[in-house]
Each structure stands twice: as C-alpha cells, then as structure tokens.
Design a protein around this ligand. Structure first.
Ligand code: CAA
Length: 257
C-alpha cells in the first residue's frame, strides 16, 4: 500500500516510521491510522525487523486527533464507527516500538506516544491532553495511560487544565525514559532500536509482553505471568545459545528459535 501521510524506511533490522502531515502538524486522521496500522502489521510480520521507531517532525510529533475530521461528527457516527477503536490494533503490535518525540505531543499525539513501548523525548518535547479546551476528553486512552505513567495528581491536573508538560517535567514524572537533544533524537532512537533488534527476538517479545502485563494485572498474577514466560524461554534454542555464549565469553548468535 503506498503511503501519503507517513514515511517508512528500513535500516537493517530497524523500521523508522515518520508521521508526515506537516500542514496539519501531523494531526491523526483516519488515513494516518490506516497507514500506520498497515505499516506496523508489515513490521510485525517481517522476521528481518526487530524494533521500530515512530517519530514526527521537529515541530510536532502529532498535535492530536484531527479536529477538522471530528468537528461535524455526531454521537451516532462516533458510536457506529466505534471511532478510535482502530488504535487498539496498533497497541497489539508484538515487537517493540520506540516513540521519538520532539515538539508537540498533544491529545491523540500524546496518546499515540504512550501506546508505544517507551518514549525518548527531545528537549523540545511538550506533552499535553488539551481536549478539555475543545469541550471533550481524551479518547485514545490518554486518561488511563497518562494516569498509570505519571500518577493521578499530574494526570488529573493535565486533563482538567489542558496545560502542557515540558520534557524535563515528563522525565521527572516517569512519562519518558530519557531526554536527548533535539538534533540527536532520531539517531539516538535508532541506535537504541538497533540494540533492541540485536537481542534474541523471542526474548524481546517476552520482555515486552511481561512489562505490559504490569498494566493489566495485579502483582501476584503479573509475577506468575513473568515466571511462566521466563520458563517458556528455556524451550528456545536462543536461550541455550545466550547462556553458552556468556560462559564461553563470546557474542550470542540468534536464530529466533
Ligand atoms: N487537528 C487538525 N488540524 C490541526 C490540529 C489538529 N489536532 N493541530 C493543528 N492543526 C492544523 C491547524 O489547524 C493549522 O492548519 P491551517 O494552517 O490550515 O490553519 C496547522 O495545523 C498549523 O497549526 P497552528 O497554526 O495552530 O500552529 P501553531 O504553531 O500556532 O500552534 C498548536 C500549534 C499549539 C499545537 C496548535 O495547533 C493546537 O493547539 N492544536 C490543537 C491541539 C489539540 O487540541 N489537540 C487535541 C485534539 S483532540 C484529540 O486529540 C482527541 C483525542 O483524545 C484523540
């Protein structure tokens, strides 16, 4: 499928996806969603790809869901289409996705960054859930994911006031894993992605799955889930190889089996 709103590049085992609607500050409309779903399904299905980076422009990762697309919709349209439900498919991507965020990540933009597995932020990044100013609320999971990431106090303040959080505040609050200079953002994200993509593929999938389970389950079930996945990896050739390589003081060579 040819893309008009995103750019997709493959760099060895890393897929770089760039949101590319500069005229609308990468606002997320139905076409962007469809193209992202297609691109990430292809990424997930490609055994030669190990990790992805999702980024935007220097000015905006994404300034939200497309307000102009939503403006004329009524409740019947929204409910019948189960508007935004398509984003659930994005979150079912099994391989890791790093959000590399510079500039505005607002509304759906912040929500999309939070759907990724972690966020690397440029020092220029600004995060916010300003939907209240449009007389609506987050609709792509922001009230839930932001609250889990930064706690109730900050999430509530941000949702109720629509104020933006700087990169520094976002890092202190645990929303982003690291801040890098805007000039280095994409290269740093690609370097991190390349490191992840060099690990044993099944171990990468299992690590992502179990950390995500922390959001869905209680502690006891989560620890049990972790242990069972840990056990399961002892059925893989890469586990034997990884531990043998350590003992023999050499690098592991992975088969993904
Ligand atoms: N939807 C549609 N178009 C958008 C947009 C959005 N979310 N954000 C920006 N644009 C468009 C603007 O309309 C403008 O287009 P025109 O040139 O045709 O007028 C263009 O992008 C450039 O934007 P600005 O001129 O506004 O740029 P700025 O630098 O002055 O301001 C900004 C930047 C502060 C990010 C401002 O654009 C803004 O406030 N955007 C909207 C942010 C927002 O409310 N996001 C939440 C959307 S609702 C949502 O996301 C629901 C959900 O939970 C999923």
């Amino acid at each position: 499928m040819p893309y008009e709103t995103i750019l997709v590049e493959r760099r060895d085992r890393v897929t770089l996806v760039t949101l590319n609607r500069p005229q609308a500050l990468n606002a997320l409309n139905s076409q962007v969603l469809a193209e992202l779903l297609d691109a990430f399904a292809a990424f997930d299905a490609d055994p030669d790809q190990g990790c992805a980076v999702l980024t935007g422009s220097a000015k905006a990762f994404a300034a939200g869901a497309d307000i102009k697309e939503m403006q004329a919709q009524g409740i019947a349209d929204m409910y019948a289409a189960d508007f935004f439900a398509g984003w659930d498919r994005f979150t079912r991507t099994r391989k890791p996705i790093i959000a590399a965020v510079a500039g505005f990540a607002l509304g759906g933009g912040c929500e999309l960054a939070m759907m990724c597995d972690f966020i690397l932020a440029a020092d220029t990044a600004k995060f916010g859930q300003p939907e209240v100013k449009l007389a609506v609320t987050p609709g792509m999971g922001g009230s839930q994911r932001l609250t889990r990431a930064v706690g109730k106090a900050k999430a509530m303040e941000m949702c109720l006031t629509g104020r933006m959080m700087s990169a520094e505040e976002a890092e202190r609050a645990g929303l982003v894993s690291r801040i890098v200079s805007a000039d280095d953002l994409v290269e740093e994200a690609l370097k991190t992605a390349a490191m992840i993509a060099s690990m044993a593929p099944l171990a990468v999938l299992a690590n992502k799955e179990m950390v995500n389970a922390a959001f869905e389950t209680g502690l006891g079930m989560g620890v049990q889930f972790e242990r069972r996945l840990f056990h399961a990896l002892f059925g893989t050739a890469d586990q034997s190889e990884g531990m043998a390589a350590f003992v023999e003081k050499r690098a592991g060579v992975w088969t993904g089996k």
